[in-house]
Write a protein that binds this ligand. Structure first.
Ligand code: SF4
Length: 195
């Protein structure tokens, strides 16, 4: 049976259900602030959406709609300055092979966020109180939240924290396969919901 793939039709359902925290935060922040994602965030998110199943056409539609929430980006600016990134990600131009989604170690190793930027791993990027607020907004139950905080405080175990998050959202799951790559998180979640 073919795996459920991300599409424009199921996007709003899968965003809270199956997106890893790093990618969910990028999408939600961009919507909340109506400030477009800066380069590092787009570079992190775009190949992920592709790996989860967005076709080139879906990617073009989605990015245009989301980036144009920012009043500073008109349809024309989008076509002129941002459309190329889709072609690049899907290997549509020149000799490019297209882009693959970064793994967790690379995302965790991203530089800190400058003002206006959103990227990186939630567990590494956010200060303890901001992380707590974020996890509360995502309705992570208290015991899981405390375990996540402990893992980070005691050993900077960001990937294990991500497994805890996964387990809190997928009851009775052991979180196997989570913590290596955001795409693995997504696939584990999709598998969980199919079983
Ligand atoms: Fe994303 Fe990996 Fe961090 Fe989880 S551990 S939030 S999948 S970068």
């Amino acid at each position: 049976e073919p795996r459920e793939k991300l599409s424009l039709q199921n996007f709003e359902e899968l965003l809270p259900r199956s997106f890893p925290p790093c990618m969910r935060r990028l999408v939600e922040k961009q919507r909340e602030t109506t400030k477009h994602l800066k380069h590092a965030g787009r570079l992190q998110l775009r190949p992920f959406l592709k790996a989860c199943g967005f076709t080139f056409e879906e990617s073009c539609q989605w990015w245009k709609k989301e980036l144009c929430r920012d009043p500073l980006i008109t349809s024309e600016t989008y076509e002129k300055s941002y459309h190329y990134d889709n072609e690049h990600a899907y290997g549509k131009k020149g000799h490019h092979q297209g882009q693959n989604c970064f793994g967790c170690p690379k995302i965790i190793g991203s530089p800190g966020e400058a003002p206006g930027q959103v990227h990186g791993c939630v567990f590494k990027q956010l200060e303890p109180s901001a992380l707590q607020n974020q996890l509360q907004r995502w309705q992570v139950p208290l015991p899981a939240m405390m375990e996540i905080q402990r893992l980070i405080k005691e050993g900077k175990h960001y990937q294990l924290a991500c497994i805890e998050y996964f387990k809190s959202q997928h009851p009775l799951s052991d979180g196997e396969g989570v913590g290596n790559s955001p795409v693995d998180f997504f696939r584990s979640s999709v598998r969980f919901h199919k079983e």
